[in-house]
Design a protein around this ligand. Structure first.
Ligand code: HEM
Length: 948
């Protein structure tokens, strides 16, 4: 018997003594008897997040069954995946997997894992020339199991070409593998070029679905007719109609500029997410600057292009805007922006595989001007220019240079005229990634520079106490030589501290930011397992995954299947999971058992590199990932200022974010001090990701680096223009490509869970009306097939009518820009600040950037991090601290950002003491099981933000 189903069958028998509905049990039995579904062989047959009726009944009862007909994923309707009211009354905790609540959470984990495995299987499209090998395989190795590629060799003109082996087999060794290299080379020691600065962004969608504006094939033409272009539909008009925040008192907001003297009387209305603070918004900007950039030193190409404010769709027809209408819409036809950089735009070659013709890459591809690794490159640099801006302390070159403010606080120094810089950056702190500088970035850069220095201090202290002790560090050139504390050089310590800070950042993002962004039980379990590895404290996640593995792969050792098998066991790749130990009986990946002897050996390249897995496709972020990280709506227009030395519950002023960008960010941060900025951004809620909720200040951002035009740009319109320049498929095909159900009309955006007469639903319908007005409708033609990614439920091809009567007027749902579509998704799983479409992109890529990185897997070892560094990452600092109580039913460590903030800004310790997750508004009462309520915690009752 299949082990997983056996467990469940026993579980269900056990349940019969409990109070669950008999009908539910019958459904569970049917579903268990049928076994678990197979991983799809064909793209068009994949799991779309929709389950059979008996499965839905077993995991969520009637409610889950009722919502099966919607396009949205089913797991959100299972038991216990929402707030306390999603829990079924029933059996006690001893029967956790057997109870309805256990079945709900387990079921959600299963669905998520199916999605991840199929995403890995169907959504990897490398743009650097390896795609044909991925499909066809090479040298009798299946494509999905390939581990090295010619295209990932260092080219002849690279100064390290000879050092890695020249035109022979390339293998990084010695100094090249000790730490994170500046340009990101040699992370994978057998594929030196992978993930390094300047490599092509990948794609997650089939190449022939990219660049829909160019109508490259009949499916694209059938899907969009001639309705699309770079400025079609008009991006500024969409921005002003669908994204602008509507103000109850426009004078108090003043287009996002607030009132003179930072008066607290200013007000810019925005829809707020109750369970995330402004720090969370800036955190993710801080992250994106680590992962990717399309711009070179903050600039694009030399050519300027228009930005719209020219046409609008009226009764389905595109019309020119009159000057009066432009004024009414408040858009600017004179706005200009520099054309996006394109890395390659020659016609891609084609090849045939299994009787089908494929493009070898997308028609155009762009370069990631940053390293793709999670290597804290925004702090430490990614090329020579950016490294030049990183200033080290001449007194101790293992440290960042921090300068003292008049108040005696330590801050990063400012850019000097001798530093390489874009002229827009004058007056900012000198950091590696300096573009689009904000007060939030200034905050996090200063915090992590201090954290780096604190780690160095702790190391120096240990060195002073035990100078002859083994530091844990090794030099791969002399692997068996012990390096004692006293012999660790400043450069070695600087690089070890970089590894530590990068790993802390990745841990914060995975176990603190994301579980708060996706605030529910399955995601808490899944994300913690993603980081800590399944063998740690998450039996529920492990058991869910084992069920899929046993069902699908049995004991197979087939190399192709082992790749997917690995993805399951290794989810977490995990930094504390399986990848960084080697045992005799399982050469590389063995279950962690402290009694076994660890044979990991620095001189063995397979041990150093063996924990990574690229699933047959070299790692880089896809263009689609950048698109779903366009989270500008998270920013408020005004920051509510608070004073830690006064009453933290009082909002003493409100400053426009326009007064806190670029050089002004630095001045504002120093004036207020890190503690007050932490308090202010920690208590304020961020903007919900929804329609008509984007910041006004970003629609009016000045762009001193650009000549001519209005001198301003609407960044929200630019989000659409850039996505179109880079060929992001439009919303409906994007969902089909990622294995989600399509929508058949704009009305599908409305949340089906809402009561029919609710005010919330009425508001959603109002907004949907504006989507329809903005994108229009057309008369459909059922003879036109529009996709090959999926079929209708009955197996017939999907056509232009999307199930509506041939010749009827249908919504142009196919044309919606992804950024708009994801903001329009009103139906979301409980506690999801982002949409399910965005989340689907994260499932794949968030896992991959851990799986692919040696320093989070097989090289997460004291030999690289030092013993102190290794423990620092494990323990979130010098020693482990456990949170009081059981937040949401779990015993948790005091979370890593919480710890970093308490160390680097000790003034905040009192304020942070009751805070569990540093991204949850600091004065909010977390209440019961994943509550989203906006209620003050004890001591914050008078906080003004809780006033109605
Ligand atoms: C004051 C704060 C911010 C300012 C002034 C700002 C400004 C900008 C501008 C001007 C661009 C366009 C660059 C171009 O393509 O020419 C951009 C791109 C982008 N922004 Fe922001 N932004 C801010 C905050 C954020 C936040 C909070 C996020 C959240 C993740 C974010 C995510 C992005 C992303 C993903 C891109 C695309 C980058 C790329 O193409 O490589 N930004 N931002």
């Amino acid at each position: 018997m299949v082990r997983g189903s056996g467990i469940l069958a026993v579980a269900i028998l056990g349940l019969s003594a409990c109070s669950t509905r008999t009908a539910d049990l019958a459904d569970c039995t049917t579903y268990v008897a049928a076994g678990f579904r197979k991983i799809a062989d064909e793209r068009a047959q994949r799991f779309l997040g929709k389950v059979q009726e008996d499965t839905a009944q077993c995991r969520g009862g009637d409610r889950a069954v009722a919502f099966r007909s919607t396009p949205w994923v089913d797991w959100q309707n299972y038991w216990a995946v929402g707030g306390s009211n999603s829990k079924a009354a029933g059996p006690s905790e001893e029967h956790v997997h057997l109870s309805p609540n256990g079945r709900g959470v387990d079921g959600a984990l299963l669905d998520l894992e199916y999605q991840r495995i199929e995403l890995i299987k169907f959504n990897l499209f490398d743009n650097s020339g390896t795609f044909a090998q991925y499909l066809r395989g090479r040298d009798h190795i299946d494509g999905a199991a390939l581990k090295t590629w010619e295209e990932m060799r260092l080219p002849r003109n690279n100064p390290l070409y000879a050092a890695v082996g020249g035109n022979g087999t390339q293998l990084c060794r010695g100094e090249l593998i000790r730490a994170r290299m500046l340009t990101g080379i040699c992370n994978d020691i057998k594929n030196p070029l992978m993930g390094s600065t300047g490599q092509m962004f990948a794609r997650n969608v089939e190449f022939d679905t990219t660049f829909p504006e160019s109508g490259n094939n009949f499916l694209v033409k059938n899907r969009h007719g001639d309705r699309l272009g770079l400025l079609k539909p008009d991006p500024q008009v969409i921005s002003r109609k669908l994204l602008t925040r509507v103000q109850s008192d426009p004078a108090k907001c003043n287009d996002g500029q607030g009132l003179a003297g930072n008066s607290a009387k200013a007000n810019c209305d925005y829809k707020k997410a109750p369970f995330l603070n402004v720090l969370a918004a800036f955190w993710v900007q801080f992250m994106t600057h680590d992962w990717f950039s399309h711009l070179e030193e903050g600039s694009n190409g030399p050519e300027l292009i228009p930005m719209g404010c020219e046409t609008e769709i009226e009764a389905g027809v595109e019309k020119l805007l009159t000057p009066e209408r432009m004024k009414q819409l408040n858009c600017r036809p004179e706005d200009r922006i520099d054309k996006g950089l394109i890395g390659i735009e020659t016609q891609p070659s084609t090849f045939t595989y299994a009787g089908q013709e494929y493009l070898s890459r997308a028609p155009k591809a762009t370069q990631n001007k940053n390293t793709a690794w999670w290597d804290a490159s925004q702090l430490y640099g990614f090329d020579e220019d950016s490294r030049h801006r990183v200033k080290r302390d001449p007194g101790d070159p293992a440290k960042f240079l921090l300068v003292s403010s008049p108040a005696g606080e330590a801050y990063l120094p400012l850019l000097q005229s001798s530093d390489p810089m874009n002229r827009q950056w004058a007056g900012q702190e000198s950091v590696a990634f300096a573009d689009n500088w904000s007060v939030g970035l200034s905050f996090f850069h200063n915090v992590f520079a201090r954290e780096h220095n604190l780690f160095v201090d702790a190391f120096r202290e240990r060195a002073a106490q035990t100078p002859d002790a083994d530091s844990g560090l090794r030099n791969p050139a002399t692997p068996s030589r012990i390096i004692e504390y006293k012999d660790v050089t400043a450069d070695e310590l600087f690089e070890a501290a970089r590894l530590v800070v990068a790993a802390e950042i990745a841990k914060i993002h995975t176990t603190e930011w994301t579980p708060q962004l996706l605030y529910n039980e399955p995601l808490f379990l899944g994300l913690n397992a993603n980081w800590h590895g399944l063998l740690k404290d998450f039996p529920q996640a492990r058991e869910a995954l084992e069920k899929i593995v046993v069902q699908n792969f049995g004991p197979s050792r087939d190399v192709k299947e082992a790749t997917q098998w690995y993805s399951v066991f290794a989810s977490g790749s995990g930094i504390f999971g399986l990848g960084n130990h080697v045992y005799a009986d399982e050469p590389i990946f063995a279950a962690f058992d402290p009694a076994k002897e660890d044979l990991w050996d620095l001189s063995n390249p397979d041990h150093v590199n063996g924990g990574i897995n690229h699933f047959g496709s070299p790692f880089n972020f896809p263009e689609e990932f950048v698109s779903v990280y366009r989270l500008h709506s998270m920013l408020p227009d005004l920051i509510e200022l608070r004073d830690l030395n006064g009453d933290p519950n009082v909002i003493s002023g409100k400053i426009s974010l326009l007064e806190t960008v670029r050089g002004k960010a630095t001045g504002a941060l120093r004036k207020g001090g890190l503690a007050n900025w932490g308090l202010s951004m920690g208590r304020q809620r961020l903007g919900a990701l929804t329609l008509q909720n984007s910041p006004l200040f970003l629609q009016n951002l000045s762009m001193p680096r650009l000549p001519g035009g209005s001198g301003k740009v609407d960044v929200l319109a630019l989000d659409l223009v850039r996505d179109r320049e880079r060929g992001i498929p439009r919303f409906n095909e994007f969902r089909r490509q990622y294995g989600l159900k399509q929508l058949t009309s704009f009305d599908d955006f409305a949340d089906p869970h809402l009561p029919k007469d609710s005010a919330e639903l009425a508001e959603q319908r109002r907004l949907i009306g504006i989507v329809r007005e903005s994108y229009g409708q057309h008369r459909c033609d059922a003879a036109k097939v529009i996709t090959k990614a999926q079929t209708n439920d009955d197996g017939t091809p999907i056509n232009d009518c999307l199930g509506h009567t041939n010749g009827s007027m249908v919504d142009n749902i196919e044309d919606v820009d992804v950024v708009v579509g994801m903001l329009a998704e009103f139906a979301r799983p409980h506690g999801f600040a982002i949409s399910e479409t965005q989340f689907q992109v994260f499932i794949l890529n968030a896992s991959r950037r851990l799986f692919s990185d040696r320093f989070f897997t097989s090289s997460f070892r004291p030999e690289f991090y030092t013993q102190l560094g290794y423990e620092w990452v494990m323990n979130n600092g010098p020693e482990r601290m456990i949170e009081n109580g059981m937040p949401n039913g779990h015993q948790v460590e005091v979370m890593p950002l919480n710890r970093v903030l308490m160390r680097t800004i000790p003034e905040l310790r009192g304020e942070l003491a009751p805070v569990i997750d540093a991204f949850d508004p600091w004065a909010r009462d977390r209440g019961e099981y994943y509550s989203l309520q906006w209620k003050p915690r004890e001591g914050a009752e008078s906080d003004e933000s809780f006033k109605p």
